[in-house]
Design a protein around this ligand. Structure first.
Ligand code: GLN
Length: 551
């Protein structure tokens, strides 16, 4: 079979669901037994997403390879239940850097380098992502909107690929049809203009996914089809829905995957969406509420709560809850509200944490709010409220335990207290060098590492495995010097690196007697990156289960 490409571009404006459309098309082809990979072409000049602030850009997702990417990659993996590789992500910065590095080392053998070399590099990246051994179909989402000057090179490279392989490349535009409240009528003009703009680049869209508040009527579909030069049935109505996980099913109802397969001359295959339907059914039928508090700092941009910064964590909680028939309710708590030892803070801890079923502290960096998080961890440990700490959330768990149980009163992390003699969380030698030399980009401990589980622990029982692979993104580690003191006072390191030197999971044992903690566990890795709708993460499931039992 020849390799097929589907390009997804945005029209009119961003934020209307281009990523979810792309992911859903991936779900549909995967459900037909095709091997699919999805590529994100991001216009940013950042070489990767690792240096971007989550408050501005949302979560930094990490692939198994260790590449730090845009959060869309997380959606693709979740929707397809499939790992993507480092070749599936590119930024303009990555492309330019590669071309310029090659130029500096005489890689072009004295030739004059211009924008064509950038375009050709992108074409070759599209093609190498589509390596036939890995996948049959490559879906490429081009970041930004048609008409932006920042993403022109990605569209130009797509045009060239289509020119070379006319029957193997199609284009989908995800557009938006506003209904101005004063007019009360759905307007298609912006979409028509976006298509014209795309045509001016030499690209004709084959399909339009028309996002709007309500479904498109026949008249509107015909109008768009006529003015945009495509058959009426290729205008797909995509009205607002409650859950993003409905989108593949809605598309399938409109036979979208058949139409795309036809356009690409792919053989017709049977689609099996039974597991997906089962999951969506669980989302709809969940009744009993489970209240989980997320304690963090990347929440506010102006007046908005930015849950984008924790999207993988949120989804991971949801998957585990829904599969257990629980309806997750997330409560966002600012860690800074719990700083200090005043009566007010004590009251806040009692009132805000007393009413939730579980508490999660996600990953993070720097000093803001960490004493508040430590207070929260102490409270939930002492009051036996299920606790799950991710990365920084695990490091702070270890610090809290060291300070308040193991008697290391000054326990801290080197990240905040560079001169401390009680760095229970410390920097590793090779990481020290990166920091001294100011190398911040792509220099953390990143991506997949093996973790060996200790028999009989909460973690081992949850995973039902002796060894697992999880993804990382951090610089600091539990300091081996303090391990004995900490474990002597009861904390268990239930997961370690294969050589036993790095502590991957910390937990309090859970026995059968009533005095013990229902779930108090932290991971140095980020389990949220591997949680999928069709494969909820075992540790999130254990945590949510404990929370569900609290009432
Ligand atoms: N700041 C911590 C570290 O660098 C934790 C990082 C994280 O939570 N991702 O080790």
């Amino acid at each position: 079979m020849k390799h097929k490409y589907i390009f997804v571009v945005g029209g009119v404006m961003s934020g209307v669901g281009k990523g979810i459309t792309t992911s859903s098309i991936g779900t549909l082809f995967e459900a037909q037994g095709y091997k699919v990979n999805i590529v994100k072409a991001d216009p940013y000049l950042n070489v990767d997403a690792g240096t971007m602030n989550p408050t501005e850009h949302g979560e930094v997702f990490v692939l198994g390879s260790g590449l730090e990417t845009d959060q869309d990659m997380g959606n693709y993996e979740r929707f397809m239940n499939r790992d993507l590789s480092g070749e599936d992500y590119m930024t303009s910065g990555m492309v330019y850097k590669h071309v310029l590095d090659k130029e500096r080392s005489l890689g072009f053998k004295g030739k004059c380098i211009d924008a064509d070399n950038i375009r050709d590099e992108i074409v070759s990246r599209y093609q190498s992502a589509a390596d036939a051994k890995r996948s049959d179909i490559t879906i490429i989402e081009i970041g930004g909107t048609v008409g932006d000057y920042q993403n022109i090179m990605f569209i130009e490279a797509a045009r060239v690929l289509k020119l070379r392989h006319p029957t193997d490349v199609i284009f989908i535009m995800v557009s938006f049809l506003p209904i101005p409240s004063k007019l009360g009528e759905m307007k298609s003009k912006p979409t028509q203009n976006a298509i014209k703009q795309l045509q001016s680049y030499g690209v004709q869209a084959d399909f339009i996914v028309a996002r709007s508040e309500v479904p498109l009527d026949k008249k509107r579909k015909e109008k768009i089809a006529f003015s945009c030069n495509i058959p009426t049935e290729n205008v797909i109505s995509a009205p607002d829905i409650d859950s993003i996980y409905d989108v593949p099913l809605n598309f399938e109802r409109d036979k979208l995957s058949d139409m795309l397969a036809n356009a690409l001359k792919l053989p017709k295959k049977k689609i099996n969406l039974s597991q997906w339907k089962k999951f969506v059914g669980k989302v709809k039928s969940a009744k009993k509420e489970v209240k989980i508090a997320v304690v963090g700092k990347y929440f506010s941009t102006g007046d908005f709560i930015l849950s984008d910064a924790y999207v993988s964590v949120i989804e991971a909680i949801k998957f585990s809850a829904y599969w257990q028939g629980l309806k997750p309710k997330l409560v966002w708590l600012h860690s800074e509200d719990f700083e200090g030892a005043s009566a007010e803070v004590k009251k806040a801890l009692r009132e805000k944490l007393g009413s939730v079923d579980g508490v999660l502290v996600p990953g993070g960096f720097g000093e803001t709010g960490i004493e508040g998080k430590i207070n929260v961890i102490r409270y939930v440990r002492e009051n036996k409220i299920p606790y799950f700490g991710l990365c920084y959330g695990m490091q702070l768990l270890v610090i809290e335990y060291a300070r308040n149980v193991a008697g290391i009163k000054q326990a801290h992390t080197r990240e905040i207290s560079p001169k401390t003699e009680h760095a229970v969380i410390d920097i590793m030698e090779h990481q020290k060098k990166h920091l001294e030399e100011g190398r911040y980009g792509a220099s953390m401990r990143l991506g997949s590492y093996e973790c060996v589980l200790k028999k009989g622990t909460v973690a081992e029982k949850a995973y039902k495995a002796a060894k697992v692979i999880e993804r990382h993104r951090h610089r600091y580690e539990v300091n081996p010097e303090f391990i004995k003191t900490i474990t002597d006072s009861g904390l268990v390191f239930s997961g370690t690196s294969v050589d036993g030197t790095l502590m991957e999971i910390a937990e309090l044992p859970r026995g059968t007697d009533r005095g013990q903690h229902p779930f108090f566990l932290g991971t140095q890795f980020h389990p949220e990156f591997l949680a999928r709708p069709l494969a909820p993460h075992p540790l999130f499931t254990e945590f949510v289960k404990a929370a569900g039992k609290r009432k």
